[in-house]
Design a protein around this ligand. Sequence first.
Ligand SMILES: Cc1cc2nc3c(=O)[nH]c(=O)nc-3n(C[C@H](O)[C@H](O)[C@H](O)COP(=O)(O)OP(=O)(O)OC[C@H]3O[C@@H](n4cnc5c(N)ncnc54)[C@H](O)[C@@H]3O)c2cc1C
Length: 390
Amino acid sequence: MDYRPDAEQQMLIDMVRKFVREEIVPLEDNLDPDGAELDPADHARLVAKTKAMGLYGIDIPKEFGGPDIDIVTRTLLAIEMSQHRAGLYVPCYGVFGGAGLAQLFEANADQKERYLFPTLRGEKKVFFGLTEPSGGSDPARAIKTRAERKEQGWVINGSKIFISGADRAQYGIVFARTDASKGRGGITCFIVDSDTPGFHVRRVVHTLRSASYATELEFKDCWVSDAQVLGEVNKGFAIANDRLSRQRIPYAASCIGVAIKANEMAIEWAKIRSTFGELLANRQAVQWMLVDNELDIRSSRYFTLEAAQKALRGEPFRTEAAMAKLTASEAGGRVVDRSMQIFGGMGMTKDLPLERWYREMRIRRIGEGPSEVQRMVIAREIVSGGVGNA
Ligand SMILES: Cc1cc2nc3c(=O)[nH]c(=O)nc-3n(C[C@H](O)[C@H](O)[C@H](O)COP(=O)(O)OP(=O)(O)OC[C@H]3O[C@@H](n4cnc5c(N)ncnc54)[C@H](O)[C@@H]3O)c2cc1C
């Protein structure tokens, strides 16, 4: 299969590459090495520029004002746009800033008016509330948050954990059990406004990426009306599942972008750094690390573009998306780790983005479904005979 970009894709890639190098990289020196976000003024400027380039919100469907870029091209652009120190944190393309948003494309007209459009305009932020203290890998069984029918609405009780950015969001997509007798067929998806009585952000949970955080949420007799049900009652699990599969492709792409940049830095360093009278680039031990980096990057790229191609053709791509996420997040961690090794002491400092990526890549083996869950998804397909005919 040929995964080289065509002329139009290459033109967009060149445009994004120029934008990253000229507009984002110069901000790196002022960026808090542990910070999760750009300065608000810089962020606003980048958003304006990406809008002017026609690349803002590239994962937003055309009918909702997105720029009509297909998923393979979006994946190529996501690989490109992650190649800087801020790396995984620049949401202005929308590729990765859409947590929770994709579900709203399926919302009814009233919900779109109240939630989707204001979010697309940047007036509202949304959180995605699936994981609970009882587990995130297997939400169909682990969801204990209950929603009980009452007064033309639902009363939600329970808690959520590791929910990104809920303390800054105006509303969230929340999954709760509405039929205790069923597993995945007993879960419903609700839109919950953050100022709804009975809902509150219990605490900020600081994670490895120290300035970044997730939150813990509490629902105590939190009443929401029927108008807040997203999709159909007891059909919420399918909404979560679809979102998780789709999100794995851009997630993988951003890991590849970081790996490419880390590897480039390591190659440049190996060509100028000497030890014992010889350049690192001439040492076989170092060359082999660079070879392994290259193999990791190419294999991740292959799997990720394969998943995107299948999605573009309208074929089932859940297994390929799992392969992409698994390969790219694990390979990304290895590439960053080897690159740090080649840099020696410099690789440990916050003068370089490597240690920041190192922490981020570690989280990426857990977020959006741990590696073991991806392996389980792929294994099911292998055992049922569905893999091997690509
Ligand atoms: C920084 C951060 C941000 C997050 N943001 C969000 C968010 O916005 N919204 C949200 O809903 N969730 C979010 N999460 C939660 C994340 O999706 C979960 O942590 C993840 O799905 C794993 O769930 P868990 O932590 O409960 O681990 P568990 O489900 O308890 O699993 C623990 C470990 O067991 C192993 N394991 C699990 N299943 C299997 C298996 N079948 N076979 C073998 N081993 C297995 C894996 O190694 C796994 O890491 C976030 C997490 C982090 C760290």
